[in-house]
Design a protein around this ligand. Structure first.
Ligand SMILES: [Zn+2]
Length: 286
């Protein structure tokens, strides 16, 4: 089963919905850790022979274009995490369209090739953003990986399909790769990214990923460069968020090194190409 290892390429201060998170105008004044951390992630991927999808914030790509070039050079897929890390449900349709289009333009200029994929900040697609999918098609995207098929901190679509599916919108089709959850006793459980992955013990991640593969679904992992950097600066926040943002940072790199050889990791673009090839004979027959 082909699986996906994805990286949301952003810095340590891109924490969502916390009062202390600095506004965009201050980002350039802060010490950055993203370069060193991203290079380390790329080295870990190279050592494991794995290919990933790297969802870059447009702001990061503009400031550190060499990270985009290096990801591309090492055979990873360059995709978009939006420009300014805004929650989808806090933007108007117009703001969302501009943000998603701007980041795609920046990334395509740097990478020199088409950017197909998008992932929203914080999986912040909800029932209140029905326009999300068609506007992504309008902005030129082929696929999305922003649906979290259970509730999560910043969004979630609790009834969404667990398997990848084609979303028919008024602007055309969009391939959707929902974030992976396992089903245990009817409950949808995530252990494959962010705080979920840092909190879950390795045996549980292995067990749950096995149940997902047994259901013939790809396991999709997601990490942030800051998660392998236990000494990065902290933002002040409440106890609950602090736990979720910073738990087990010291053990995450070891965990990732264990996970990377477990699966056959390919970028999302490869899954899209395989599905397109599968769909073609049926279209010809019609
Ligand atoms: Zn993010």
């Amino acid at each position: 089963m082909k699986c996906v290892f994805s990286i949301d390429v952003e810095d340590w201060f891109h924490i969502l919905d916390v009062q202390a998170t600095p506004p965009l105008a201050e980002w350039t004044t802060l010490p950055s850790r993203v370069e060193a951390n991203f290079y380390r992630l790329l080295d870990m991927l190279s050592e494991a022979g794995a290919s990933a999808t790297c969802f870059f914030l447009g702001w990061i790509a503009e400031r550190y274009p060499h990270l985009v070039v290096e990801a591309e050079r090492r055979g990873h897929e360059v995709a978009s995490h939006g420009y300014a890390h805004n929650l989808v449900h806090r933007m108007t349709c117009q703001e969302f369209l501009e943000d998603a289009s701007k980041s795609r333009r920046i990334l395509e200029d740097i990478a020199g090739r088409a950017v197909m994929g998008y992932r929203s900040a914080g999986f912040s697609v909800t029932q209140d953003t029905p326009w999300f999918f068609s506007l992504l098609v309008h902005a030129g995207y082929i696929y999305d990986s922003s649906v979290f098929p259970t509730s999560c901190t910043h969004g979630g679509l609790a009834r969404a399909s667990l398997s990848p599916y084609c979303c028919e919108t008024e602007e055309g089709p969009l391939m959707e790769f929902p974030m992976t959850v396992a089903t245990v006793c009817g409950q949808r459980i995530c252990a494959f990214g962010g705080g979920y992955l840092r909190l879950a013990p390795l045996w549980l991640i292995e067990y749950l990923s096995g149940t997902v593969e047994a259901e013939n679904r790809p396991v999709i992992y997601y990490v942030h460069p800051r998660e392998i950097d236990p000494d990065h600066p902290r933002l002040p926040m409440g106890l609950r968020r602090r736990f979720k943002c910073y738990v087990n940072l010291r053990t995450t790199e070891r965990k990732l090194r264990h996970i990377l050889p477990l699966h056959d990791f390919v970028p999302f673009a490869a899954l899209v190409a395989a599905r397109t090839a599968e769909a073609k004979p049926a279209e010809v027959a019609r």
